[in-house]
Write a protein that binds this ligand. Structure first.
Ligand code: KG4
Ligand code: ZN
Length: 331
């Protein structure tokens, strides 16, 4: 079964054709990142405009790369939410129009579940249940995952998501946008013990809070005046270590609480090299099975949307043409 996936929840205009939920025939991602850079964050109106202007080009290129015609598609899947409403709508409108014109089913996909699915697009994917960890620009969420559409939230972002904290810390340090990959690279040259940035887990809960450490970085940087490059690397490494430690800690607690040994991770921050090291270490000590997406599927893409849609379609979970954007999680 060939599913055309469409993803426009944030600043990536993406289209992909996936066969039987696993084989990516083509995946096109057109980002409006360069237009947001000077603002240090995504401007929703600019992202929405980019989607309107580029979605049909992305789909055209995607089909061309796969050697397919639009009539070859058996179903159309689209991200329904969470995301920026103005960004979600162009993708949804396009998916509805295609589904109606082609007479094929429409499938609405939750962006966060799709991020987890990006780590499952492999022949040796784990069985349910497992603990899912979504670490992205908009979310830091731990879930008990019992099926493709059955996610129970165990812990969530109370303020800034981890990716947002990376982006804001980088902005405070004048490093550019998006901050995650920049801090990831810079931290390799720094000493993670150089500065004491505190980021504590929340007592009796698996929720996350990163606004405190962001403010700590702000005060530290303000207090420093001019800094040399070495100090920047130390700040990056110290911030990253403290923030990631809380995520690793809560994740281990979630696994223990539910007596599970399988962990599936997705979202932009899952590309982080230090995080992968920290998790690999825990996995070795505790005998965990950990599944990360390949690097090209960590950030927003449509392959994860088309892939997850295959399983939703199998369960008969089809959307109607009156479906619309949902800025929160899709139940
Ligand atoms: O999943 P994603 O593409 O979009 C959302 O659904 O939010 O995640 C984007 C986030 C950004 O905040 C970006 O800074 C972060 O992922 N990110 C990283 C890395 N690569 C991207 N954060 C830390 N280390 C990285 N290597
Ligand atoms: Zn995302």
């Amino acid at each position: 079964m060939l599913i055309l996936g469409i993803e426009t929840s944030c600043d990536e205009t993406a289209a992909s054709v996936v066969k039987d939920g696993i084989e990516i025939l083509s995946s096109v991602v057109s980002s409006s990142l360069k237009y947001h850079k000077k603002f240090g964050g995504v401007i929703p109106e600019i992202a929405a405009r980019h989607h309107v202007e580029n979605i049909d080009k992305a789909i055209g290129r995607c089909l061309y790369n796969a050697g397919l015609k639009i009539n070859d598609v058996d179903a159309v899947a689209v991200t329904q939410g969470p995301g920026l409403v103005g960004a979600l709508l162009p993708g949804i409108s396009c998916a509805k129009a295609l589904s109606y014109a082609l007479g094929v089913p429409l499938i609405a996909v939750d962006h966060l579940k799709a991020h987890i699915y990006s780590a499952l697009m492999r022949k040796d994917a784990p069985d349910f249940p497992f603990i899912g960890l979504i670490i992205s620009g908009g979310h830091t969420r731990l879930c008990l995952v019992e099926d493709f559409d059955s996610f129970t939230t165990l812990g969530d972002t109370l303020d800034d998501a981890i990716g947002e904290a990376y982006d804001k810390a980088a902005k405070i340090m004048g490093l550019g946008y998006p901050g995650g990959p920049i801090i990831d690279r810079l931290a390799k040259k720094g000493d993670a013990k150089a500065i004491k940035f505190t980021c504590r887990p929340i007592k009796g809960s698996l929720d996350f809070s990163f606004s405190g450490i962001k403010t700590a970085v702000l005060y530290y940087v303000k207090g420093q005046g001019t800094r040399d490059k070495g100090q920047e690397a130390d700040i990056a490494a110290s911030f990253q270590e403290a923030a990631l430690k809380v995520i690793v800690g809560n994740t281990i607690k979630a696994l223990e609480k539910h007596d599970l040994k399988t962990l599936v991770i997705g979202g932009g921050v899952s590309a982080n090299s230090r995080f992968r090291e920290m998790i690999a270490r825990e996995a070795m000590f505790r005998g965990l099975k950990v599944y990360f997406p390949p690097l090209e599927l960590c950030s927003d893409n449509a392959a994860m949307v088309a892939g997850l849609a295959y399983h939703l379609h199998k369960k008969g979970m089809l959307a109607l043409l009156d479906m619309t954007a949902n800025i929160g999680s899709v139940k």
